[in-house]
Design a protein around this ligand. Structure first.
Ligand SMILES: Cc1cc2nc3c(=O)[nH]c(=O)nc-3n(C[C@H](O)[C@H](O)[C@H](O)COP(=O)(O)O)c2cc1C
Length: 175
């Protein structure tokens, strides 16, 4: 599959078939995260692969916005390391994008569960602690997201995009 096709086909998939993801495919998805770019090429992000059903059900309670984790075949928890790089959040976010596109290429669906909350430190702490305690993640790591993965049970209806000219400008910002 061309990257451009994966970009066009990609949607958030929150309903999954009860079907395991072969380990080699999961490893290829992890490879895409491992090979993703990072500012100054620093190892500012880490990835935890979770397949255990009880743990997936527990992680689904991190926020009310990731119930789909209970049925996902696997999840990848993406962490960032502020002590390693000032670009930890961008690095972790780019890795999430790579994971998502790599999943599409393998005919898998992915959903993004936001954990780190930039505007509400107390809420972020509550969410991150839930994941940190469950997975034994050290205190110096921030927990950016949990990406659920699985074979799609349904493909969402086409979505409405904002008009391209409303967000894409050439040469200069336009009001
Ligand atoms: C930074 C970010 C945070 C998101 N947080 C959540 C989330 O917590 N739960 C969820 O179900 N989807 C979440 N999403 C998925 C978006 O809601 C989804 O990508 C968006 O509605 C566009 O739909 P599409 O992915 O099908 O194009 C998040 C996506 C991004 C990029």
């Amino acid at each position: 599959m061309f990257v451009s096709d994966a970009i066009r086909q990609r949607r958030e998939i929150t309903n999954y078939q009860a079907k395991e993801i072969p380990d080699n495919l999961l490893e290829e998805i992890i490879e895409s995260a491992y090979l993703s770019p990072a500012g100054n090429n620093l190892p500012s992000r880490e990835f935890i692969v979770v397949k255990n059903r009880e743990m997936l059900v527990h992680l689904a309670k991190t926020t009310p916005f990731m119930p789909w984790l209970t049925e996902a075949a696997a999840a990848i928890v993406v962490t960032g390391r502020p002590a390693v790089s000032k670009y930890w959040l961008q690095d972790a976010s780019i890795a999430c994008g790579f994971i998502w596109l790599s999943a599409v290429e393998k005919e898998l669906g992915a959903a993004f569960g936001a954990v780190y909350h930039a505007e509400d430190e107390a809420e972020s702490e509550r969410r991150e602690s839930h994941v940190r305690d469950a997975l034994g993640i050290p205190e110096d790591r921030r927990i950016v997201a949990i990406i659920g993965l699985g074979y799609p049970a349904e493909i969402p209806a086409p979505k409405k995009h904002v008009a391209k000219e409303d967000i894409v400008y050439y040469e200069k910002f336009q009001n």
